[in-house]
Ligand binder design. Structure first.
Ligand code: SAM
Length: 227
């Protein structure tokens, strides 16, 4: 995957910003009917409960925070929440940006590096947008962000769900073509990493991570830095 493809991906999110939350809230073309929507929301509740049970706390870093579908939950646990995203347009919809104990950083995550250590790090619906060859370096960066004993959390799409959404035009190798409401098409990175593959990469950088899947839609992981 080239740097240009990663820039194109970020441009896609800048353009998608005003319509992004329709996916999360199952609105418009993402509405799959009461039964399927209920499963979606129930599985999210299960993962939120698993997250809350771990008592994340302290200096909390959220990478690729976007419109903030998870930021409010993270802010409840955090002393100070730092959110990083490359798109001002996505962040303009994030409700936590105006909160006093939130620090907002607009930066390209493929070149950004942390300026402090954190007790907690989270990234939601981000690792599936990493080129396979950059997964290990991303986890190295995450490990560098964490204090010893610090905790991490992620959630992403399971392949079976992520390829059947209404904005998916097609997939090829590491890429997926998506369409926007105005009909424009964009090519983004979309990978579905295996549970064990993610656990092993995390372990190689000192993070003991346990990855799970909900029955239909999501993959998530909770772990901590061991050294
Ligand atoms: C799928 S969205 C996830 C947003 C949010 N975390 C969520 O769960 O809804 C991916 C996010 O990554 C951001 N992003 C894409 N490329 C980026 C890059 N190179 N650097 C920083 N952020 C980037 C986008 O702006 C977008 O907010």
């Amino acid at each position: 995957m080239t740097d240009q493809q990663l820039q194109d991906q970020l441009k896609y999110y800048k353009e998608r910003a005003p319509e992004y939350d329709d996916w999360w809230y199952r609105r418009g073309t993402f509405n799959q009917g009461d039964e399927a929507n209920q499963i979606w929301f129930d599985e999210i509740s299960t993962i939120k409960d698993a997250f809350k049970a771990e008592h994340f706390h302290g200096d909390f870093l959220e990478l690729a925070a976007g419109t903030g579908t998870w930021s409010s939950l993270f802010l409840k646990e955090a002393l100070i929440l730092t959110i990083v995203d490359g798109s001002e347009e996505m962040l303009s919809h994030n409700p936590v940006v105006s909160e006093p104990n939130v620090r907002t950083i607009i930066a390209d995550l493929f070149s950004w590096s942390p300026d402090q250590l954190y007790d907690s790090v989270a990234f939601t619906f981000w690792i599936s947008h990493l080129p396979r060859e950059r997964l290990a370096s991303f986890f190295t960066m995450v490990s560098r962000c964490l204090k010893p004993g610090g905790k991490m959390f992620f959630i992403d799409d399971r392949e079976v769900a992520g390829t059947r959404e209404s904005h998916v035009v097609g997939t090829s190798g590491q890429t997926m073509v998506r369409k926007l409401n105005n009909g424009d098409h964009a090519t983004i990175v979309k990978n579905f990493f295996g549970d064990k593959e993610i656990e092993q990469i995390a372990a190689s950088v000192g993070i003991e991570l346990h990855v799970h899947c909900t029955p239909k839609y999501f993959q998530y992981g909770i772990g901590s830095k061991t050294v």
